[in-house]
Design a protein around this ligand. Structure first.
Ligand code: GLN
Length: 449
């Protein structure tokens, strides 16, 4: 698949191109709920959308939460500014997401986005709408965000490319934080080339975000691919079967090596401890006083006032506030938080060592998309277990890309390729090579917008 961005500049567009397109998007959105807000005045260039936790001036940015309903940012996030700078991209809208990024299926929000292949199925999360919008519209990319897999997971479930760059390579100014030591802004696109074009547009130093310090991006090609056998054994049997076929194919050009990791498969617990601890501090500002839905009754008692305001959080946000606050408390912080940090650095070291020699490849998710009704029945721990493969690279801040490679019963499958810090171009190149030899075709039945 070549670049849709380049192709777009070459095609002849009818006079009413944008009118027709926007009408089509609105119609489909009635079923798929990919967008929270559609910008009807998009009239030039290639379309891009942003996840609802990235501020775009003048457009409601609620991070999927009732708490931020009605919040219209008076400024642009740096990534939005950079996308708009040359007028070759037009902003088409704000995409649906799990509340504050808390989720893997896109169902932790008022109205979930629906899978582009079948609207009864989950879109994946937390950047659910970004993935569905990317599957929906041909000449479009989405700027999304990942803390523990939120770009890779929905990309896999909707058959698009989801690229999460090295931690600290893209400015987070104007991002509504989930967990600061983990959050990364990245791209969803229909091709690796488009992901790269957008990455190059948005990355690089920013005076407004001093944590954005990674400037040099390389393309150091590796000839070895590591597969974590013990982790793979936890994937659904059909997913495993398809993945083995992918490995077979890749083994023509790469040396595929089966290894085991004692630490990587334990990444879920430390991730959730760290993510919840950080999330609970980030959410502390939504008191209804300065941030968050305003309670009108100032004559209430202190506790009552704040309790009322924090009713605006959904169930998963409340769970994370409670657990995160507990984890950080004086009496248990060493037992949980400090231990999680120690395991995190073990995982990072182990991955770093492997990634010097090759890539790590896995299925993106251990399953294909479940039905929305079935996903709702999963316990929180069952939900968290779905992040088995996406969490290790996120915990380590390693760049990773999910690319579509097959189908099971008509639903798409993604594979996740990870490389070392700053070697982002290598995995984009890998997928480009794969795209041109494999010729993956979209099968969703949304029609072609
Ligand atoms: N599923 C993970 C979580 O709920 C990751 C979400 C994300 O990357 N924002 O924390």
């Amino acid at each position: 698949m070549a670049s849709y961005i380049r192709e777009f500049n070459e095609i002849e567009k009818p006079k009413d191109y944008y009118e027709g397109l926007i009408e089509g998007i609105e119609k489909l959105n009635g079923t798929y709920d990919a967008f929270n807000v559609i910008n009807k005045s998009a009239r030039t260039g290639f379309l891009f959308s942003t996840k609802a936790n990235i501020c775009v001036k003048g457009f409601e940015t609620d991070a999927g939460s009732k708490m931020l309903k009605g919040y219209v940012p008076p400024f642009n996030a740096t990534v939005a500014d950079r996308m708009l700078a040359k007028k070759d991209f037009s902003f088409i809208g704000v995409t649906n997401m799990d509340e504050f990024g808390f989720g893997t299926f896109g169902i932790n929000t008022e109205i979930p986005a629906k899978n582009a292949f079948d609207s009864e199925y989950v879109a994946g999360g937390s950047s659910s709408g970004s993935a569905v919008a990317t599957a929906m519209i041909k000449y479009h990319v989405s700027v999304a965000e990942s803390t523990g897999g939120s770009i890779a997971a929905p990309a896999a479930l909707n058959g698009v490319v989801g690229f999460t760059p090295t931690y600290g390579s893209v400015s987070r100014y104007g991002l509504i934080d989930y967990a600061n030591s983990l959050d990364k802004i990245g791209v969803m696109a229909r091709s690796s080339e488009d992901a790269r074009i957008v990455f190059d547009r948005i990355r690089g130093r920013d005076d407004y975000d001093t944590t954005c310090s990674v400037e040099k991006i390389s393309s150091e090609k590796k000839s070895r691919i590591f597969v974590m056998d013990s982790m793979l054994s936890k994937a659904d049997q059909k997913v495993r079967g398809a993945f083995e076929r992918l490995l077979d194919r890749l083994s023509r050009d790469y040396s595929v090596e089966h290894v085991d990791s004692a630490t990587m498969e334990k990444a879920i617990a430390p991730y959730y401890i760290i993510a919840m601890a950080e999330a609970s501090t980030n959410l502390a500002k939504y008191t209804g006083y300065k941030y968050g839905a305003m309670s009108q009754d100032f004559y209430k008692q202190y506790n009552e006032f704040f309790t009322d305001a924090r009713e605006g959080f959904g169930i998963e946000a409340k769970r994370r506030i409670l657990l995160g606050t507990f984890i950080r408390s004086e009496s248990v912080k060493d037992k949980y938080y400090a231990k999680a940090l120690a395991i995190r650095s073990m995982i990072m070291h182990e991955m770093d060592r492997l990634l010097k020699d090759g890539y790590i490849l896995s299925p993106t998710l251990p399953i294909t998309a479940p039905k929305i009704a079935d996903a709702r029945k999963l316990s929180p721990v069952e939900n968290y277990a779905m992040d088995l493969f996406t969490i290790p690279p996120n915990l380590g801040g390693f760049p990773h890309i999910s690319f579509p490679y097959d189908y099971i019963d008509g639903m798409p499958l993604g594979a996740q390729l990870v490389t070392g810090h700053g070697n982002d171009y290598a995995i984009l190149d890998f997928v480009k090579e794969w795209e041109s030899s494999f010729n993956y075709t979209y099968k969703h039945n949304l029609g072609e917008l």
